[in-house]
Design a protein around this ligand. Sequence first.
Ligand code: PEP
Ligand code: MG
Length: 538
Amino acid sequence: RVILAFEKMREQIDRMANQAEFGLGGEHEEVLDTYRMFAYDEGWTRRINEAIDSGLTAEAAIERVQQRTRMRMRQIDDPLLADRMHDLEDLANRLLRIVSGQIGTAAAMGLRNDAILIARNLGPAELLEYDRRRLKGVILEEGSLTSHVVIVARAMGVPVLGRVRGLRGVVREGDLLLLDADHDMATVRPSAGAIEAFEARFAKSRERQAAYAALREVHPTSLDGQRVQVMINAGLRDDVANLSLTGADGIGLFRTEFQFLVSATLPQRERQTRLYRDVMDAAGDKPVVFRTVDIGGDKTLPYLRHDDGEGEENPAMGWRALRVALERDGLLKAQARALLEAGAGRTLNVMFPMVAEPWEFDAAKAVFDRQLAYLRGQKKVLPEAIRYGVMLEVPAIAEQLDLLAPKISFLSIGTNDLTQFLFAADRSNPKLAERYDWLSPAILRFIRRAVRSLEGFKVDISVCGEMGGRRLEALALLGMGIRRMSITPAAIGPIKELVGKVDLREIGAAMEGWLASPPEDLRAVLTEWATRRDIQVD
Ligand code: PEP
Ligand code: MG
């Protein structure tokens, strides 16, 4: 069984290496080369065979060898080796799965035709394993608008529908499916009439898309002549193409953890540098805000675990983002150096996630300062300017903005996490997905207060959560003085169109009144306000 499993594993690794990856260029090559080296390692096979000869089962032999290797490697205090250890762990797990007859994931088996993926739930990394060209849609029984798998799907340009309960009981493999994510609708085994209606609707939506595309060169300016910046959220190298496709003003949130999520091992510094440089090259004159890794929560990495290896009860409030980065400061150091090197000769925008206390910002910036001093000592070309910013997504930092403001150049409000922490409502829990409204006075007043407390400071404010990409919510944000939004690329057209139809002074005054004495249903009131002015908001 072990011999056969080795053969199969090597085949899988070779196949993985030969497959075109999601247009990510050569990033995976390095990883796969190392993988292949391990997979073909004769010493490893020999040790497992010896353990079998001594009387162990195939599974036990693989585990025993794995354990011994782990112990040996642990004695050598070398981060590079530790990194390699993750490769070996991954391969050993793969081997174990094959030996014990557990088949691989659907992604590993490959998509043979255009497909809509149906699952109870998925991790963002799992989704990235699928062939982007064949994956036409995703339907999840769980998954809410702001869960990362949904965000990643949207970033990949794959329509996604969440919270469709009981779907797996209804759909059979090979069924024809119509998916209209814009209208939260999926039809299983549609009739000819349904297909026709779908195609008609689809043609309409294409028309609308064409209208948005026509706004590409338009700089969104309100009726009263105020310019609003609309930027895109991104995370993969391919996403940068959306900049020119949409004519957005820049990348307001580049989620650097996506590179970590798609790699089987910790991306080496050089690979990080290459990605950041490519992204800035591709963005040209437009600014890119790089957010340092936000790992943890629902974005777990198999090769980066908590020391005790235990799962966390509340990962979203646990060991994640800057908390991981400050504790494992090797991680942040490498990323800082990669960003500083990639930013040579240009303006570099760095943003820290999940900052709850000003000292966390200081500690993170100190890591950058030390790397900067090192590069200066090496006479390397440095960035022309470095702008540091913080995400406002943990409510605690909102109470200390006066202390933080003098240190930062920009603040970006992450409404996805902010909402979950403000309402104590797990963003990935489908049961809660519709319970709290972004147009609740709680959120709106909170954001307005944060905006006000920064008046008089030279700090640019933006919103980078999903909220800003929805027209009615964006209207409310505009009414509270937000003039910069970073949103999912598909929302750029609709938001540009919105901005062009709104008088910002008028909505500002209206919002002022509604927030002072909130109507029972602000959503309805805002919708009516917009409809009366012929502003489309759905
Ligand atoms: C947010 O929390 O609003 C955000 C933009 O970051 P992420 O969705 O990656 O947590
Ligand atoms: Mg967040």
